[in-house]
Write a protein that binds this ligand. Structure first.
Ligand code: BTN
Length: 249
């Protein structure tokens, strides 16, 4: 997928071969003045793909590595909401590409199919009000067991026989309307759509933070997208960043 693919409007595309990280390539465009709203930078492979919380993101050829430049038209504090917008779009695209698969959104920004993580995202801010939304979807290959914090899978294992370009087009077809919905109506409809597909709602959860591990029941999302962890007598705790596990299932 090198060169430019014709994507559904209003997305435009630049396809690269091998890069360190597509998020860095997108940020470079902000720095050199060639950024455009909804420009998507993809690469066939990344040599230094980044995951959340400083982790490495395995980026072999055959998987989707895409970074979307997004113009933020509201306070930076609301930027994290975009992760939920993207999660719903990815989940909707996967439902189309792998019919019948059980697709779920997992807090904060993962998408699971058949209980395995197949997609993740990394949202970074850049200068002058730009955001970079990096999305990785394991199309052909999942990371080897033991190299991923969560059970991981690839679309190919679920019967998807298409190509990365097809996944990108399906993703853009969903992301466009969901972004428009967020820009027009705010976070409430996004939150509702995410909760409809949430992994583990009402279940016992274990949340690993930087310095402590919490347990409780996953009780929902607050108005900003923070995870609500019901700790019984200790009350409801709002979680802003962490790794979530559901030990019971
Ligand atoms: C995660 O689940 O930890 C986030 C993974 C994000 C990976 C994507 S691939 C495209 C973009 N470039 C990167 O270096 N990371 C993101």
């Amino acid at each position: 997928m090198t060169g430019a693919l014709l994507l559904p409007a209003p997305f435009t595309h630049v396809g690269l071969d091998s890069v360190g990280s597509t998020n860095d390539e997108a940020r470079r465009r902000v720095a050199d003045g060639t950024a455009a709203d909804l420009l998507v930078v993809t690469a066939r492979r990344q040599t230094h793909g980044r995951g959340r919380r400083g982790r490495v993101w395995e980026s072999p050829e055959g998987n989707l590595h895409a970074s979307f430049l997004i113009r933020l038209d509201r306070p930076l504090a609301q930027a994290a909401q975009l992760g939920f917008v993207a999660a719903i779009a990815i989940a909707s695209a996967l439902e189309e590409l792998v019919p019948g698969a059980d697709v779920r959104c997992k807090w904060p920004n993962d998408v699971l199919a058949e209980h395995r993580k197949v997609a993740g995202m990394l949202l970074e801010s850049a200068d002058d009000g730009w955001l970079v939304l990096g999305i990785g979807i394991d199309v052909e290959r999942a990371p080897p067991p033991g190299e991923s914090l969560y059970a991981a899978g690839a679309l190919a294992e679920l019967g998807f026989g298409g190509e990365v370009g097809q996944v990108l087009v399906a993703l853009c077809r969903q992301l466009g309307p969901w972004l428009e919905c967020w820009r027009r109506d705010g976070f409430a409809p996004i939150r509702a759509a995410w909760l409809e597909r949430a992994r583990g709602l009402g279940e016992a959860a274990l949340v690993r933070l930087e310095t402590e591990t919490l347990t409780g029941q996953f009780a929902g999302l607050d108005e900003d997208g923070a995870m609500l962890l019901d700790q019984g007598a200790a009350g409801i705790r709002r979680i802003f960043a962490g790794d979530v596990f559901f030990p019971g299932s």
